[in-house]
Design a protein around this ligand. Structure first.
Ligand SMILES: Nc1nc2c(ncn2[C@@H]2O[C@H](COP(=O)(O)OP(=O)(O)OP(=O)(O)O)[C@@H](O)[C@H]2O)c(=O)[nH]1
Length: 288
């Protein structure tokens, strides 16, 4: 199921998150570590306002480690604590509890100062479809409560899940829409699997991805496709890959659809190693 983000659905999603905000002390804003800008909801600051938040850079196992550190520093400059996590393998889970305690320390110290023993921290996860919300809930809960899937939009219908003694997590995450109006953002959402390929032209996505690799990871691209230099024209690159990998039609003509499927599959299956599709330096002047 793909969520259709019509204006009515956006308003409903916003209302639901705003309602749940009242129940919690802290928001876990889950984003994809490979696209920390593009996988954020465009209205997130306005929606969560002054509620304390922790940004969780999920799928860090697939992202470029060097760039991940840059993103953590970028958020720190904005006064926002960000952590790299891998919900799939359960890496970074303890850090989430620890960081939440630190963020809420003043608030809970005030309660303690009145002689009252503070209750557990209440948290909720907010993110765009396919960010890994259900996977993270299951990891924090240490058992399979939420339903997961690799198709965007499977998270369904609330109770509190205990995360150790110190935290309680809402079992239903807040699902918000991505910034898909921007075509480049759309490309990055598609290449990381946050939106379905069928929403875009696969050859366009491949051209975008090859240009990205040329710019950001030229050596990996050259090595993968035995390229001595980088062709000036992207069609030449398609032809080269097509011949090299046998993506041909009758008569030896290169099949651009097959080349596209191959390149996209290889990027997604980490044949180019860990990739991050955007760097904080690109966003120093806020686009929002
Ligand atoms: N490699 C890797 N994969 C992850 C990680 N977290 C989640 N995934 C995968 O990402 C896909 C989406 O995860 P879900 O937990 O279903 O995402 P969701 O945000 O609940 O998705 P919706 O229900 O669409 O809102 C699944 O295939 C997960 O296995 C991670 O840290 N690393």
């Amino acid at each position: 199921m793909t969520i259709q983000w019509f204006p009515g659905h956006m308003a409903k999603a916003r209302r639901e998150v705003t309602e749940k905000l009242k129940l919690v002390d802290i928001i876990f804003e889950l984003v994809d570590c490979r696209i920390p800008y593009s996988s954020r909801n465009p209205m997130i600051d306005e929606i969560i306002q002054h509620k304390p938040r922790l940004v969780l850079l999920n799928k860090a196992d697939m992202a470029d480690k060097v760039v991940t550190r840059e993103w953590i520093a970028y958020f720190a400059v904005k006064g926002i604590k960000a952590l790299a996590i891998n919900s799939h393998a359960g890496e970074g889970m303890k850090n989430i509890v620890q960081a939440s305690n630190e963020i809420l320390k003043e608030k809970f110290d005030r309660v303690r100062a009145k002689g009252v023993k503070p209750r557990a921290i209440r948290a909720m996860i907010v993110g765009i479809p396919n960010a890994g919300k259900s996977t993270l809930i299951n990891r924090l809960a240490k058992k399979n409560i939420a339903k997961t899937g690799n198709t965007p939009g499977v998270t369904k219908s609330q109770q509190w899940i205990k995360v150790g003694k110190e935290m309680e997590l809402l079992d239903t995450p807040g699902i918000l829409w991505p910034k898909f109006e921007d075509q480049e953002v759309g490309m990055k959402l598609a290449i990381t699997g946050a939106i379905k390929d069928t929403l875009l032209n696969l050859q366009d996505l491949t051209v975008y991805s090859l240009r990205f690799l040329e710019r950001a990871y030229p050596d990996r691209l050259k090595e993968r496709y035995n390229l001595e230099g980088l062709p000036e024209n992207v069609v030449e690159m398609f032809d080269h890959i097509g011949v090299l990998r046998g993506c041909l039609m009758a008569g030896g003509i290169v099949d651009y659809d097959k080349v596209s499927e191959l390149v996209i599959r290889e990027i997604r299956s980490e044949k180019f190693g860990r990739l991050t599709f955007e760097r904080p330096a690109d966003f120093m002047i806020e686009k929002e």
